[in-house]
Design a protein around this ligand. Structure first.
Ligand SMILES: Nc1ncnc2c1ncn2[C@@H]1O[C@H](COP(=O)(O)OP(=O)(O)OP(=O)(O)O)[C@@H](O)[C@H]1O
Ligand SMILES: [Mg+2]
Length: 353
């Protein structure tokens, strides 16, 4: 028979409780240690990866994470670093390609412009040729002339001819200067610009350029240019690129509509209305055409780079995105579009004075 007293039982229970408590504390401490160890080996590198991914997402490709241990996370870090390096290379390639496309776009619009310019230069050149031929004839007459009165009259005519040659020579000179201005790489100095005059010049060039590439193109043009319009401080070369693209877009839209309407037999007169007016501290320019319009579904896309609905080879889709940059970023202005499908499209530009 084994005799156990109550005290012994109580003492044993205490011992067991103490032992249990002790073991629990050890397990608990162990758990905390494992937690720390996990945080060190897993969470920290994962968090570092997350932070790096956020920065890479924001466009910083210079970041690399430390590969750390030789485990899965180490491998993940290595793969991440490789991905970032590849992304940096891809982004550089895209940048170069984009730059090339912008250059191509400039060249394409220059091509159309050149056609317009060649057309316009032909006219003063004809005058110069004709008046100089006439002058040679007059000189011969003068040599043979004996009466003073008749000689004086011939000399007067000669003087008039020379004035005309000078005048038309100057016109041709201005056209060439305009072309050089457009093709230059573009200083970003702001100078006083007469917007109405710039519109006049580039509307003619855009029109002649369209006519030169497609002789069936026609469009009535109405200019409502405010004669009181104040001069603005702007980069005229950049503005001229915006104007040229807007006019070319409108001419293209009206011509497409013209071809479509011709097929359906309905009467249609392609038309463009360009107006300017002053509003408080800014000038407004509106380019309104009665072409096919911009569908609602693409209205918020047309200012994106490379967005175009034109067939391949006809447009790069850079015109409006370039215009947006020039107007908004370059001049602190605004550009917006309003359009109704099948009826009209109106682009409005607001520029601070
Ligand atoms: N006046 C307009 N009428 C109808 N659609 C227009 C008009 N202007 C622009 N768009 C639409 O916006 C798109 C983008 O115009 P954007 O000038 O940026 O490029 P693009 O004219 O297509 O090509 P690019 O200007 O590079 O030759 C056009 O393809 C067209 O769908
Ligand atoms: Mg365009």
């Amino acid at each position: 028979m084994i005799g156990v007293t109550t005290d012994e039982i109580v003492q044993n229970m205490k011992d067991i409780r103490m032992a249990a408590l002790f073991i629990s504390m050890i397990v608990f401490a162990f758990g905390i240690l494992i937690g720390f160890w996990l945080a060190l080996t897993i969470s920290r590198p994962v968090l570092a990866l997350r932070d790096a991914a956020i920065k890479v997402g924001a466009g910083d490709f210079s970041l690399r994470v430390l590969p750390g241990n030789n485990d899965e996370i180490g491998e993940l870090s290595l793969a991440f670093n490789k991905m970032v390096a590849d992304l940096a290379i891809a982004e550089e390639k895209i940048r170069t390609a984009q730059h090339q496309l912008v250059q191509q776009e400039k060249m394409a619009s220059l091509g159309q412009l050149t056609a317009g310019i060649a057309h316009e230069i032909q006219n003063p050149l004809n005058f110069v040729n004709n008046f100089s031929e006439l002058s040679v004839e007059l000189l011969n007459e003068l040599k043979a002339e004996t009466s003073k009165e008749a000689s004086d009259a011939i000399m007067k005519d000669l003087q008039l001819n020379l004035d005309k040659i000078k005048h038309h020579g100057k016109r041709a000179d201005n056209i060439v200067k305009g072309m050089l201005m457009h093709s230059g790489s573009g200083g970003n100095e702001k100078k006083e610009v007469n917007l109405n005059q710039l519109i006049d010049e580039f509307l003619t060039l855009a029109y002649l350029g369209m006519r030169a590439t497609d002789s069936s193109f026609v469009c009535t043009i109405e200019k409502k240019l405010d004669p009181q319009l104040p001069a603005i401080m702007a980069m005229s070369q950049e503005l001229s690129r915006v104007l040229l693209n807007l006019f070319q877009n409108s001419f293209y839209a009206t011509h497409e509509q013209f071809l479509q309407m011709k097929g359906s037999g309905k009467p249609y007169i392609p038309s463009l209305i360009v107006s300017t007016f002053k509003k408080e501290n800014s000038v407004l320019l509106s380019v309104y055409d009665n072409g096919g319009g911009v569908p609602d579904a693409i209205k918020d896309k047309i200012f994106n780079p490379f967005f175009t609905t034109k067939p391949t080879g006809k447009g790069t889709g850079l015109g409006l995105s370039m215009s947006y940059d020039i107007i908004v970023k370059g001049h602190g202005g605004k550009i917006k579009v309003d359009s109704q499908l099948g009826k009209y499209t109106e682009f409005t530009i607001e520029l601070p004075i």
